[in-house]
Design a protein around this ligand. Structure first.
Ligand SMILES: NC(=O)c1ccc[n+]([C@@H]2O[C@H](COP(=O)([O-])OP(=O)(O)OC[C@H]3O[C@@H](n4cnc5c(N)ncnc54)[C@H](OP(=O)(O)O)[C@@H]3O)[C@@H](O)[C@H]2O)c1
Length: 373
């Protein structure tokens, strides 16, 4: 059977739209995929010159990103000087939204209303009510909708779950996950999307999806949790004085479905993390440590606790699960193509229910901070 080819419309020509487009132009077989493939049918920008320049660059990529152009996966790609052109293009099946956070809701609403499937960058939207409206629209139009949390579909995400859920480390006891990147905020202009409150600036909305993904994968999706939602025990935000967005955020979760296991999640845009301290999943017999860079880590370590022997694991071991043949975003695109092929409106691995939970955390952390001002 020939692979299902999904025809993408790309919204916006910024950094992440570039990364996503490059990745879906790589050869699916290099990541072991033969059942789906991707074509870029249209690109929309606020001005047509940017859209054209974006497509021109995609035609001139180096290996491994040059595969798509050579295979004709950019042939006939339309360029539009507005996002409307992409919504209304009959040759587009699914729209990738790579605009700033604050635009996601309107863009996704327009795309869903035009009957297009949607993959929307994180954070999904600015508040839970908006997400609920999008979910209702996806149901109404019977189209697929997913938040683009690429990490969930990378090989390491499955590998960590396999070790943890095997039970060989004993029961899970605690999770700490920290995604901090020093954006050097003092050197950024007021208009930068990390600084400007009107663009949804601050560390929480930009970095928060990543510690969240590891809490969701290891605790919410833990078979013993039975998909029981966690409670929030406390929240904290430190404001960045120049614009009032959050410099850092912290929130502590408690999972009653796992007997009260806690997860402490942290984001910070003024300091960079590192080494093995991305996420630590503390279990009865030992720990799993995931390397810093929680959006796209490739290594984790298992360390038995002193005096514990986890079957054959008697000393610290390193486990390497890099992405294959792309930068890590093609896997989520494959998921969209499979779900569309199978007539699904949501992904079982990135359910609306899970996006709702994480969006609810962001609302709560921001709401608590606003209440303290
Ligand atoms: N998955 C990830 O790892 C990842 C990484 C980085 C960012 N993101 C997410 O992707 C989104 C975009 O981030 P980015 O780093 O790609 O940002 P970016 O480089 O600034 O690009 C955003 C693009 O959105 C369009 N846009 C529409 N309205 C805009 C406005 N009012 N101000 C500025 N740009 C506007 C512009 O494209 P046109 O001029 O072509 O319309 C711009 O190039 C954010 O929500 C972010 O959280 C995800």
């Amino acid at each position: 059977m020939s692979p299902k080819e999904l025809r993408w419309g790309i919204l916006a020509t910024g950094k992440i739209s570039t990364n996503f487009s490059k990745d879906i132009l790589t050869d699916p077989s290099t990541r072991g995929v033969s059942d789906v493939s991707h074509r870029i049918a249209a690109v929309g920008s606020r001005n047509v010159e940017s859209a054209q320049a974006f497509v021109d660059k995609l035609h001139k990529l180096d290996a491994p990103f040059d595969w798509g152009a050579k295979q004709g996966k950019l042939d006939g790609c339309k360029v539009y000087g507005s996002y409307d052109g992409v919504y209304n293009d009959p040759n587009v099946d699914a729209i990738y939204i790579g605009t700033p956070h604050v635009a996601h809701f309107d863009n996704a609403k327009s795309a869903l209303s035009a009957g297009k499937h949607v993959l929307c960058e994180k954070p999904f939207v600015m508040k839970l009510e908006e997400l609920d409206e999008l979910i209702a629209l996806a149901k109404k139009h019977n189209v697929f909708l997913m938040e683009a949390v690429w990490t969930r579909f990378q090989p390491i995400a499955y590998a960590v779950q396999e070790v943890l859920f095997s039970g060989k480390l004993g029961k899970v006891k605690r999770v700490e996950a920290d995604f901090s990147i020093d954006f050097k905020p003092d050197g950024l202009p007021d208009s930068h999307r990390m600084i400007d409150p009107t663009l949804g600036g601050g560390s929480l909305l930009d970095l928060g999806p990543y510690p969240s993904v590891w809490a969701m994968l290891t605790l919410f999706q833990h078979p013993d949790n039975h998909r029981t939602p966690p409670n929030i025990l406390f929240t904290h935000q430190t404001p960045y004085a120049r614009s009032g967005v959050d410099l850092n955020s912290r929130w502590l979760l408690e999972f009653p479905g796992l007997g009260g296991v806690q997860a402490l999640l942290t984001t910070d845009m003024g300091v960079t993390g590192g080494g093995e301290r991305g996420a630590v999943i503390v279990c009865e017999e030992g720990d799993i440590a995931i390397e810093w860079g929680l959006s796209n880590p490739s290594r984790f370590w298992i360390t038995p606790h002193t005096g514990k022997r986890m079957g054959l694991i008697t000393s610290k071991t390193e486990h390497h699960h890099p992405v294959q043949g792309n930068s890590g975003m093609a896997y989520e695109a494959d998921e969209v193509a499979r779900c569309v092929r199978d007539g699904k409106t949501e992904s079982e691995r990135m359910r609306w229910e899970e996006s709702r939970i994480v969006q609810g955390w962001f609302d709560r952390v921001r709401g608590d901070a606003a209440g303290k001002k």
